[in-house]
Write a protein that binds this ligand. Sequence first.
Ligand SMILES: [Zn+2]
Length: 84
Amino acid sequence: MQPLQCTECGARVLVQKNSWEHTSVQWDDTARAHCREIGTTGDGRPGTPRKECAALTASITRAVEAGAVPVRDPGPVPTPVVVH
Ligand SMILES: [Zn+2]
């Protein structure tokens, strides 16, 4: 995992991109305290804290596209089959 800072709320989390579809994000208390979305109740009911931050998700996507966060298993890669 590697540290990544949310460009919106400044929360520092650890990110591991297992594949294009699967991202692991590890929050600590400091990051949760920074984030505007994590920790707030998503639908107004107590006991259902939000587990995602849209700004952070966007930050991760940008970091991956920029190559700052490597994708461990980037497959399936559409490699053309060439028959000689
Ligand atoms: Zn956030």
